[in-house]
Ligand binder design. Sequence first.
Ligand code: UDP
Length: 238
Amino acid sequence: LPDTPKFKRVMLKLSGEALQGGMGFGVDPKVLETVAKEVAAAHTKGVQVAIVVGGGNYFRGANKWTGLDRATADYVGMLATCMNALSLQSALEGQGVPTRVQTAIEMREIAEPYIRRRAVRHLDRGMVVIFGAGTGNPFFTTDTAAALRAAEIDAQAFFKATKVDGVYDQDPERYPGAKLHKQLSFRDVTLQGLRVMDETAITLCKENNIPVIVFNLKTPGNIMRVLTGDVSIGTLVA
Ligand code: UDP
């Protein structure tokens, strides 16, 4: 069946900025709805989808201007990811997709605490699971949180949504002639010093044999296409 999804269980990493859309800050309701519709379409085809969402649209702990000590700033950043997780949950439920949010920092009134076996059970029962609060630790990123959760739940692929079509040989926003890589090995990424994700995140994927697919979130239909197994639209790192 051409319609059969290639992956049983996948991790989708959305940056906070991705949800920001045309707004300077926070969440753009139109973008949120589009993302939710595409995830819903993949979900309908039977793919088990776990999502980690960033918080950069609200707050980034590593920014110097916060004036806070780094660990505190990072905790604020983790709380920002929870706002996005709840917004995404609401949007997905608006599309009829049952969801659970699990957070790495307990906030029991609004989400479940992260419990690995429970997350897997939710996925098996057809729920989309959104992981909030990153890893729960300062000095990490949500890319790393997504890689960690992907390994924990035994995801077969890691999809990183970005603003560009994939991994280039140089920054495509600065060099119009930049060449898009269709496929790379983890070794190429290291040897060529390509910035796919931070090193902790990429190492986790490499060591756990989880292929990483970098793709453009802004192209309509892309989320649905990659989640259901069409990895040709971006860069495959495996
Ligand atoms: N953060 C953290 N630990 C984690 C994940 C996130 O401290 O495990 C903080 C960190 O300050 C980060 C912020 O949360 O800057 C928002 O996450 P990130 O910058 O990764 O979001 P994105 O760029 O994907 O929107």
